[in-house]
Design a protein around this ligand. Structure first.
Ligand code: NI
Length: 258
């Protein structure tokens, strides 16, 4: 079944119909979802969702644009939350230079602190990196992120950089952007990346694939992403779903049911 490795169902855009939407997933072939924290509030809500629904898991962490709320207390809290058995990753963490604030120095400091947390609690990381390719890779190398593992979510860099991440043992998160007219760079990266290193993700409620670009996204739209990957890789949609599910289970350390 389809594994959505990155979604934000705690978002207010789902307040109207969250329960009914999530209840429709199984029948639509959506097997598992990881709800990703972007700050303290959404990390706590991610855990709540993971406790409410068997097939939901959580990641806890602070997005680079939200790190100003972090301090030693918050880090302690994240550590405690990360020990929950439904918590499968630290994230989303990283660097985002699209906006001027917080400053790169502040972002880097908390990226490193959260990497250290992941290492300490032995969980993979979910990386958010936007317009910060070099600084992200520099930190990954100096912090030996290859010993931690994880995924570069919503991968937006070159095929060459995709290969560097794969060589470090990382996975590449692929979502709606692959269906965009201007998604050529991502399609090239997917072409070059072994299917065993690709994860499906939505980033719901953001980044709806074509033909729903601009509308609220949900895991129900993942078949459009599967179709595009299947075309690029020349393998069946069933194989894309099966292999990316195995990848996600392996990366998040979730046991396959038999
Ligand atoms: Ni996200």
């Amino acid at each position: 079944m389809i594994f959505d490795t990155h979604a934000h169902y705690d978002d207010g855009q789902f307040d109207e119909d969250r329960e009914a939407l999530i209840a429709s997933f199984a029948q639509a072939g959506i097997g598992k979802v990881v709800n990703i924290g972007a700050n303290m509030t959404s990390s706590a809500k991610s855990l709540e969702l993971a406790h409410k629904y068997d097939f939901f898991y959580a990641a806890v962490g602070a997005h680079p644009s939200e790190v100003e709320e972090l301090d030693d207390n918050a880090m302690e809290k994240l550590k405690k939350w990360s020990e929950d058995k439904k918590c499968v990753a630290i994230g989303e963490i990283g660097l985002d230079y699209h906006w001027p604030d917080p400053s790169p120095e502040v972002q880097k400091k908390w990226f490193v602190r959260q990497l250290e947390l992941a290492r300490c609690v032995k969980l993979p990381i979910v990386i958010h990196s936007r317009e910060a390719a070099k600084d992200t890779m520099d930190i990954m190398i100096s912090e030996h992120a290859e010993e931690i593992g994880g995924v570069v979510h919503c991968f937006s860099y070159s095929k060459e950089l995709a290969k560097e991440y794969v060589d470090m043992g990382f996975y590449i998160g692929v979502g709606g952007v692959i269906t965009f007219k201007n998604g050529r760079k991502l399609r090239e990266a997917v072409e070059e990346t072994p299917i065993e290193r690709i994860l499906l993700e939505t980033d719901s409620p953001y980044l709806s694939p074509e033909p729903y670009r601009g509308k609220r996204n949900s895991s129900l739209n993942l078949p459009y992403v599967v179709k595009e990957i299947s075309n690029i890789k020349g393998i069946s949609e069933e194989d894309v779903i099966r292999i990316t599910e195995e990848n996600a289970m392996r990366m998040y350390g979730i046991l396959m049911e038999v």
